[in-house]
Design a binder for this molecule. Structure first.
Ligand SMILES: Nc1ncnc2c1ncn2[C@@H]1O[C@H](COP(=O)(O)OP(=O)(O)OP(=O)(O)O)[C@@H](O)[C@H]1O
Length: 384
């Protein structure tokens, strides 16, 4: 049965018995289309209460998320958190048990295979292990989606040349994947993903198989494509470094649930969950190991505090200001400044002798006035 909705979109209702993998989910097509109309211009992706279970494993548990047009959203989580399941639900390889997924305002849950074809061209996919066809040249790999989309040979060749120029591989058109470096292979993967001019690029651990330098160049490429073409990017990763380099917003996923979400600078400056703090650990200054080993909860010797702060412009110089305005009242142990999205993210540790309660209070008061997040880390006997 074909249903024509108020917006003119056509949906073919499939029988759940016949097509279990693509059964319609919550919300009638007309309802979902109304939501779609309102948000389509702003949101390239919208997930509403999406769940997916494999036997006893709840891979996704009520995930709600939007990705705005032109945005780079990073989804970070540990192994088994549900990242791949989420991306597989977006590229049609997996169907949720419950919930709604829209791409550019069109519900993709419950579509027939034929309807899915037209959505598919709006979504490009970049894989961790590139997934290139080894028996085909670079040019042929990139041309594949164009061939499927029905481009004639002349248009295919013109578009492939354009795409290879975009990713900096003009001279590799006739090479085979085996003759390329990992970074070059990923550039081919990106060119192929962009072939049909998608609105959304899904990147599944796109840099995890690459060395740090190549990772940087691929992330720079993705960032420039986002800026030049305005393409929306959703990337999944287990590395905060990747998020920090290119994402505008980040969502942290754990056991199938989004546990934290926000602009990258904010999540770096004020992580809410313990998992986010753990994921950030390698990127933020830490207490020297010898000192961390000595920490106790018993008030004695020196109190050690950690400070997290985000400021714009000269506000990033909080450590030097503090030293100038509170001379002799604290001792800086370790600290650093990161620059993310026009914010200076400052983290440092300082100590004060517990015997000098006035200094301890003065420093705390000074930091609280500046909305810094201050936490007592512990105490050490003697000098910190
Ligand atoms: N086809 C499947 N059959 C059974 N269990 C599955 C299947 N796919 C995923 N799972 C389970 O669902 C959970 C989430 O898996 P998923 O692959 O989405 O996690 P992930 O965050 O991508 O992990 P990784 O980073 O290791 O790839 C895991 O416990 C996994 O074992």
């Amino acid at each position: 049965m074909t249903i024509i909705t108020e917006t003119g979109a056509q949906f073919t209702a499939t029988s759940p018995e016949k097509d279990n993998a693509r059964r319609p989910l919550a919300g009638t097509p007309a309802q979902t289309d109304r939501i779609a109309d309102k948000d389509a211009a702003q949101n390239v992706v919208r997930l509403h209460q999406v769940s997916r279970r494999f036997g006893e494993t709840q891979a996704l548990n009520g995930v709600s998320l939007t990705v705005k047009r032109g945005e780079i959203l990073g989804i970070i989580g540990r192994s088994g958190a549900g990242k791949s399941t989420l991306i597989r639900c977006l590229n049609g390889l997996e169907q949720p048990d419950e919930g709604l997924i829209e791409i550019e305002g069109h519900a993709i849950t419950g579509l027939s295979e034929k309807q899915w074809q037209s959505v598919r061209s709006r979504v490009g996919m970049v894989f961790q292990h590139f997934n290139l066809l080894s028996a085909k040249t670079v040019e042929q790999n990139v041309a594949l989606p164009l061939k499927i989309a029905g481009f004639d040979k002349a248009r295919r060749l013109a578009r492939v040349a354009e795409l290879l120029a975009l990713v900096g591989l003009e001279d590799k058109a006739k090479s085979y994947p085996a003759a390329l470096s990992g970074g070059q292979k990923q550039r081919v993967g990106i060119a192929r993903a962009l072939a049909a001019s998608p609105a959304l690029l899904l990147c599944d651990e796109a840099t995890s198989a690459l060395d740090p330098e190549t990772t940087r160049s691929i992330l720079a490429l993705l960032q420039s494509l986002n800026q030049k073409l305005g393409i929306t990017i959703l990337l999944i990763t287990h590395e905060m470094e990747v998020i920090k380099k290119i994402a505008h917003r980040v969502a942290v996923i754990n056991a199938g649930e989004i546990i934290e979400e926000g602009p990258v600078w904010q999540v770096f400056a004020h992580p809410q969950s313990q998992l986010t703090r753990t994921l950030l650990q390698g990127l933020l200054p830490q207490l020297p190991e010898a000192l961390a080993d000595e920490l106790t909860t018993e008030r004695q010797g020196q109190a050690i505090y950690s400070v997290q702060y985000a400021g714009q412009g000269s506000q990033g110089e909080i450590i030097t200001q503090m030293a100038a305005e509170l001379p002799g009242k604290f001792r800086l142990i370790q600290g650093g400044v990161d620059h993310i999205q026009h914010y200076a993210i400052v983290r440092f540790f300082y100590s004060v002798p517990v015997a000098d309660a006035a200094a301890e209070q003065a420093v705390l008061h000074w930091l609280q006035q500046r909305q810094a997040t201050v936490e007592l880390t512990g105490y050490v006997s003697g000098n910190a």
